[in-house]
Design a protein. Sequence first.
Length: 240
Amino acid sequence: MPEHSHELRFEAQARTILNFLKTDKRYDDQFLPPPFFIEFTGSPSSGKTTSITELDKFLRREGFRVLRPQEGAEVIRHIGRDTPLYNIRTGLYALTMLIDLSHGHLYDVVIFDRCIFDAYSWMMYWAEKNKLSPEEKILIQQFFTQRFWVNKLTATFIVVCDPEVAMQREERIALSSKLGETTNPETIRKLVARYKRAYEELSPAHPQIHLLDTTNLGEMEMVEIIAQKTLDAMEAKTRS
């Protein structure tokens, strides 16, 4: 058999297989909707982790396939925390997953413990430390809030709490009375102020962002508020 005959046969066979795969529905981004993406960020001991755990548990029990990625701070350990590169890298870690997972439907819901709006907030900190110029801060913040991915977030919760109440919560289960770098009243107070400022800057253009002050909320009330806002945001996306 001439050599070109093998080539034609291979091409025909390949086209047959491709025709099996390449249906309009398989290649239509709208046929299988992307997952719902939820981001949590905020100050220490504000109830963020509890909220993530309970929302994850509820959705899975209702039949959703839920992914709860490891937080960037638990993954990015080769870069010191004394440089803006650290929070840029943790932000990119979450952003990469947000982009990749939005182009398929392996999961129904993805719950991020800190994602792109968290990275935006941390650039304020580094500018205050004079480790970013005002121009650098704005440039990086604009990158993390680009239209190509920011609207993929269904809801973002910025969870904060009064520093004194946060410390009481922290000390309930602490194995040591020593204060951590971010778990002391003064640092928490600065973090809360920074997250509130981020909310004021971001929320006019990004209505999916919610600020939740848990100072006077019980755990059940906090979780119910977040569950309701999450379900409302998800339901609204099904109608858009």
